[in-house]
Ligand binder design. Structure first.
Ligand code: TYD
Length: 208
């Protein structure tokens, strides 16, 4: 496919939203028109699935249901948005993708990583990011930073630190398995410095 597919990943409180906005600005300043999307969501159907997954009332949701709902949301996004955009040569930046399922459902919830990869090979139709920017910060540090800012915890954030440590290990697994695709950034640094590292990596693609 002609376009470029970039994903941004990280644990809760890694500062992902801020960096995604800075990436958008960087690309727009270069005269490019990136398609910015997020997971779970990005299409009408996927946003409806998102509201089921993240609804605090759905406390009885089975882990495998969660895996399949994330995969369903992803399948719709890939088919309706990502593939057509890449075919048209666009730059697509997605806030979270398959790596989130490996980290959160695989390592966090303890579902077989092989099962998640298999299910998602259908959901993504084999579409894989050209580059994944991973914001690397331990849950201890990001939680401390977050409590200083007094942010409201959401459904997953309210869970135990241990869960987030497992998620962190999941991202380490992904980063080690796909070193060519995954660019790890030290997200414990100041916002500006984190983005400087990301910018240097993006320059290798867009400053040629
Ligand atoms: P969101 O409010 O978008 O948070 P964030 O800003 O951290 O991305 O919520 C997304 C939540 O969904 C987040 O806690 C991670 C979780 N998630 C999974 O567990 N598996 C997945 O496959 C995806 C895409 C997200």
């Amino acid at each position: 496919m002609k376009g470029i597919f970039i994903t941004v990943e990280g644990g809760d409180g890694a500062g992902k939203s801020t960096q995604v906005s800075l990436i958008e600005k960087y690309l727009k300043d270069k005269g490019l028109s990136p398609l910015m999307i997020r997971e779970p969501g990005g299409t009408s159907i996927s946003e409806q699935i998102r509201s089921i997954i993240l609804d605090k009332k759905n406390i009885e949701m089975a882990n495998m249901t969660e895996v399949l709902l994330y995969a369903a949301s992803r399948a719709q996004l890939v088919d309706e948005v990502i593939v057509p955009a890449l075919q048209r040569g666009r730059i697509v930046v997605c806030d979270r993708f398959l790596d989130s399922s490996i980290a959160y459902q695989g390592f966090g919830r303890g579902i077989s990583v092989k099962a998640i990869e298999d299910i998602n090979s259908y959901a993504t139709a084999g579409v894989s990011p050209d580059l994944t920017i991973y914001l690397d910060i331990t849950p201890e540090r990001s939680f401390r930073r977050k409590s200083l800012m007094n942010e409201e915890p959401d459904m997953i954030e309210a869970e135990k630190l241990e869960f987030h440590q497992n998620v962190y290990n999941g991202y380490k697994y992904v980063a080690e398995k796909y070193p060519e695709r995954v660019f790890c950034v030290d997200a414990a640094q100041d916002v500006d410095k984190v983005f400087e590292d990301i910018k240097n990596r993006l320059d290798l693609i867009f400053n040629v």
